[in-house]
Design a protein around this ligand. Sequence first.
Ligand code: HEC
Length: 311
Amino acid sequence: MTIKTLSLVSLGASIGLAALLAVGSAQAAEDAHATPHPERQSWTFAGPFGYYDRAQLQRGFQVYREVCSNCHSLKRIAFRNLAEPGGPQFSEAQVKALAAEYKIKDGPNDAGDMFERPGRPSDRFPPPFANENAARASLGAIPPDFSLLAKARSYSRGFPLFLIDALPIPGGAYQEHGPDYIVALLNGYSKEDDPNYNDYFPGHKIGMAKPISDGAVDYTDGTPKTLPQYARDVSAFMMWAAEPKLEERKRTGFNVMAFLLSSRACSTTRKSACGPTSPTDRSLKRNEKAPETGSFLFPVIARSEATRHSI
Ligand code: HEC
């Protein structure tokens, strides 16, 4: 590609981007009437080198356990996941003790009866309600399961901004709308006289009355016991629950990018720099006979000719 074509392509791209931004901001202004956009938080797990802050995940789990788990299930997570790399990384002993505090329904036994036993690390978190109807009957609305919620509740920045969010450019590739939304939601109960009014919930009337306030959970590591802190910690925990393998995925993605970039560098530098180096490679290279015609079709024809002659 010549420099001229390159500059034409980049000019085209910038014009396209500017147009997208212009339409996007009009759309954003329209959306703002309905519900404000959650503020962007800075998360350790954002970006290509993202990782979870272990202490934050442990605090977030504490908030989930002591407050949210009274209504919200966490069906896809087993106790032992809490000890795995890339997660809150509680010790095996802590997880065993934690699991044993729960009663798990099991069975049937030899007599055909269901029974309860203490939890084991391989068990999943038992749900607070037997089924959705029981939850609705008790709360008036169904509390969604926490397993995937942080990824399912990505608030939309509307077309075409969601395209920009996906671009691998600074400010692009943003995938943390879900945790941003949850932080905003928990901090968004703005009417003292209406515990179900929330600035950030679509339509503003949410079936979950303000679930947590300052001082509700007793952190032991000196972290402030405030609502904004609880909101950030539990959102980070929910992000982990929705994507427990995030760190692994980001590492793999980075390695693939590095590999692609290095192979691209090889193909643009002199062949000898990246060509075959081992003796085997070299001999393989020597034995390869390029077809005299120079076309990739001819070796096939030449081989079939040879077969015909030998018959
Ligand atoms: C007393 C029960 C209860 C508790 C405790 C509770 N929730 Fe909820 N939650 C609900 C119900 C019910 C809904 C469904 C609301 C609706 O659809 O209107 C809900 C919905 C949600 C939603 C989804 C909102 C949406 O966009 O649909 C989030 C996120 C959430 N809760 C987070 C939390 C967090 C975090 C905690 C703990 C700090 C928590 N909840 C504690 C009952 C509860």
